[in-house]
Ligand binder design. Structure first.
Ligand SMILES: NC(=O)c1ccc[n+]([C@@H]2O[C@H](COP(=O)([O-])OP(=O)(O)OC[C@H]3O[C@@H](n4cnc5c(N)ncnc54)[C@H](O)[C@@H]3O)[C@@H](O)[C@H]2O)c1
Length: 341
């Protein structure tokens, strides 16, 4: 089902971190983009950059509510629906857990029904959190997870699991052509400086000379994917004709400990800030690494930006954001500089 050039691509959550990079990439491909966002965790400056493009339109809307008339009236012209709407950082999604759950369940239902009426292809951004604190390592899509359904992360983890279940029901009943990406930790420019994710936390603390907070002893591992790689993966998945109704892991399989991440960031920022240890958050996963063999096989996709390159670009961007250039600005390598908006 290829997309006609006159069709609109709807991106819910398009003013957020990954969403704003995705909108930019879609515009660069010549697509017309309609962004829906309730601005809960969006950075307004992400939107201002996009609004310079006449093929970009923004509508402020919460997908938990019935979709605006302005969108419904254009149903016939929508060819693709990306759903990225949902706060991704634990402090943000836990601030209003009921809304997080409703965003994933009711909001996803609204967008799936829109895609069904429009005969549009639908992509859900799910998460590695569906694997919980995994017993299987690395995490393959067939692993069913170890998730606490009563803990403080459940509004997000179980919300995403429910959203996946609903998307696959729409696919099974041949109501909508569905794609599901299970995204692993993604980082890069245009993250919210204080949204509480590990990469932005450590960089901002290092650049501002504040104490650096490490939760637990820092031996817990993560695999960090640079945002331009993630966006390429999402578009490849949306446009793939090979993928059946099956989830696809997207992430970078290069696994490092939080302590190793900190060492890289201290070297890049020249920071000698003190490190303070705090207890690990409840249900924090100990290990995270995607098995991306399915994405490699079906999409021909794999990450291209190394951690060193991606972190340099991200530190350079944050240095400009948080301190107006008082701190020495690390240089972004040429290969990733283009994606630093
Ligand atoms: N960044 C990561 O490492 C990561 C990892 C796994 C999954 N994901 C998923 O990718 C998607 C994007 O993540 P992100 O890192 O860009 O997060 P983000 O918080 O920066 O962006 C989410 C966007 O969705 C909007 N939003 C939230 N609830 C909404 C609602 N009810 N209606 C309309 N808009 C709403 C927010 O205002 C924000 O602009 C999310 O669905 C997230 O679960 C991200």
């Amino acid at each position: 089902m290829s997309k006609r050039s006159d069709q609109i691509t709807l991106v819910a959550g398009g003013a957020g971190f990954i969403g704003s990079h995705l909108c930019r990439a879609l515009l660069d491909r010549g697509e017309t983009v309609l962004c829906l966002d309730n601005l809960q965790t969006a950075r307004p400056s992400n939107l201002r950059l996009l609004e310079r493009d006449e093929r970009f339109e923004f509508i402020e809307a919460d997908i938990v509510n019935p979709l605006p008339l302005d969108v419904l009236e254009r149903t016939w012209s929508i060819g693709r629906v990306y759903n990225l709407a949902c706060a991704a950082s634990p402090p943000q999604y836990q601030a209003n857990p009921e809304h997080t759950m409703l965003t994933n369940v009711v909001g996803t239902d609204h967008l799936l029904r829109l895609a069904e009426r429009a005969d549009a292809r639908f992509l859900l951004t799910s998460t590695s959190e569906v694997y919980g604190d995994p017993e299987a390592h690395p995490q393959h899509e067939d692993y069913r997870g170890w998730v606490n359904c009563t803990g403080p992360r459940a509004c997000y983890d179980e919300g995403k699991r429910a959203a996946e279940a609903m998307a696959f029901d729409f696919a099974r009943m041949e109501r909508t052509d569905v794609r599901v990406a299970r995204i692993f930790n993604t980082y890069g420019p245009q993250m919210h400086p204080d949204d509480g994710r590990v990469v932005s936390n450590l960089i901002c603390q290092a650049l501002s000379g504040n104490d650096i907070t490490i939760y637990g002893d820092g031996t817990q591992t993560r695999s960090f994917c640079y945002v331009s790689d993630m966006v390429e993966g999402l578009i490849a998945l949306m446009e793939s004709e090979q993928v059946q109704a099956e989830p696809i892991n997207l992430g970078n399989p290069n696994e490092i400990s939080v302590n190793e991440l900190l060492t890289h960031i201290l070297a890049l920022t020249g920071s000698d800030a003190d490190v303070v240890h705090r207890s690990l958050p409840v249900d924090d996963p100990r290990r995270r690494r995607p098995d991306i063999s399915r994405a490699q096989r079906l999409l021909g996709w794999q990450p291209r930006v190394s951690l060193e390159e991606g972190l340099a670009a991200t530190c350079a961007w944050f240095a400009g954001e948080i301190d107006g250039g008082r701190v020495p600005r690390p240089t972004a390598p040429d290969r990733v500089r283009a994606s630093v908006a």
